[in-house]
Ligand binder design. Structure first.
Ligand SMILES: [Zn+2]
Length: 453
């Protein structure tokens, strides 16, 4: 039992180490760093293999859900993928292209398969990988033999000595149907009684609002920047960014709750310090559909004014964006936190799977938000910018950072403290969220059957 797990991990280790070194080659300047990173990962993976037997005996005693077997049946036209689990679990499924893959996101699981890998790699499943994805989740990735869509996904309870099962049924589709439909679908299945045996046909009509459970609404995480020991920027008049953005976020939350189109949670509701990675983990733990970080920073160029929406990119769109990201990313250091190496390593392995898809959604929301804000409040000259903000790095959650304005600019400072300005800004953000999620649910054919929050 432990042997197959250890062998698989060793296999992944070898593949990843080779991949890491290969990727290092074309990046001349980054080659050294890449090699360092691969070495770091290899050490980490080797450590995992080494401690896996210890870890699993610890896991047995906790109430973490265990996967006891995995198998595939069927043929190249129709396949059924089954996870035997110690109790029913919430999960979500989506497809990726180039190569064709199916990704299954699950709560944190302990994989203790009694059967070898040979049970899985058959029918439409070419290859199978699994592992932890962040601190609170696990992920299974299936490499598929061709374009396919999920025809049904459901949970079966344990009966007559058989384990509970998470079941995903796949059918082969044309490349066109794959790119038009399957690529856009995210299917979410709940663990609880009501939806336990519910199947989700992909061609199902959109579900009318009144038939959805209250938690079917998309979840938005509002992230008021800074807090506690990290007060953020301070204006000439002594206005503190951390305070200003908290009260703005609270007012926005109130408005969104009154409108009722989305659910809202906040990373902080009082003046406390929260590390950047905890903010990201918070959004992931809540299975958020969108992450909105709210700031009002200072920049050296005091003429820069107006609201700006930032998205994540490896290379900053401009100097102002680059400096701002640098400033924001120092938050954890300011608070005396150690760098969290482990998180980075885990992210390196799996980040590329979903990052591109998520980036598209982030830019789409950025555009929608700028469109809504431009008719109500002053925007900066280039209202859409990008840079390497740590807080926007959830690979699977569309994320943006909104600078309401700059405390280094006098006109902005006056605006930020005006009630009339605040109301206009909040109304526009509410409108942008409505537009964004309406478009998303139209695209996904109403597949957000149940939120898993
Ligand atoms: Zn800030």
């Amino acid at each position: 039992m432990e042997l197959s797990r250890a062998i698989y991990m060793l296999f992944e280790l070898l593949v990843s180490c080779r991949r890491g070194v290969r990727q290092g080659v074309p990046l001349r300047r980054g080659a050294f760093l890449s090699v360092l990173r691969s070495v770091r990962f290899c050490l980490f993976a080797a450590m995992l293999v080494g401690v896996s037997s210890v870890a699993s005996s610890q896991e047995l005693s906790s109430d973490i859900v265990t996967v006891t077997a995995v198998r595939t049946s069927g043929d190249n036209k129709e396949s059924r993928f089954v996870l035997d689990v110690s109790k029913p679990i919430a999960f979500s499924v989506f497809a990726l292209a180039d190569p064709y893959r199916l990704v299954i996101d699950l709560p944190s699981l302990s994989f203790q398969m009694a059967h070898g890998m040979g049970q899985v790699e058959r029918a439409m499943v070419r290859n199978f990988r699994f592992g932890s994805f962040g601190e609170t989740r696990s992920r299974v990735v299936l490499d598929l033999s061709g374009p396919a869509k999920v025809s049904k996904a459901y949970n079966l309870p344990a009966v007559d000595g058989n384990a509970a099962r998470a079941v995903i049924e796949l059918v082969h589709v044309s490349e066109r149907e794959f790119s038009e439909q399957a690529l856009r679908d995210v299917i979410r299945i709940k663990a609880d009684g009501k939806s336990l045996e519910k199947t989700v046909p992909v061609r199902e009509k959109p579900i009318p609002e009144h038939e959805k459970g209250s938690d079917a609404r998309p979840l938005v995480v509002l992230d008021p920047g800074h807090g506690g020991i990290d007060t953020g920027a301070t204006s000439k008049r002594g206005l503190k960014e951390s305070k200003l953005v908290l009260s703005f976020a609270k007012a926005l939350k109130k408005k969104l709750e009154a409108d009722g189109h989305v659910r809202v949670v906040m990373t902080r509701e009082k003046d406390e310090f929260i590390s950047l990675s905890k903010r990201v983990a918070f959004a992931q733990a809540h299975n958020a559909n969108l992450f909105v970080s709210i700031h009002a920073d200072t920049v050296r160029e005091s003429y820069v004014r107006g609201a700006t929406v930032y998205t994540l990119s490896d290379r900053a769109s401009d100097q102002v964006a680059a400096k701002l990201a640098q400033q924001e990313n120092r938050s954890d250091l300011l608070a005396g936190l150690e760098l969290e190496e482990k998180d980075d390593v885990v992210a390196d392995i799996l980040i590329d799977l979903t990052r591109r898809e998520t980036a598209n959604h982030s830019s789409l929301y950025s555009r929608t938000l700028v469109g809504a804000l431009k008719s109500s409040i002053k925007l900066s000259k280039t209202p859409e910018r990008s840079a390497g903000f740590k807080v926007l790095k959830a690979p699977d959650i569309p994320s943006i950072l909104l600078e309401l304005g700059y405390l280094s600019n006098d006109a902005d400072q006056s605006a930020l403290t005006s009630e009339a300005w605040r109301k206009k800004a909040i109304d526009s953000i509410a409108k942008s969220l409505r537009t964004f999620f309406q478009r998303q649910s139209a695209n996904s054919s109403g597949l957000f059957v149940s939120g898993s929050g």
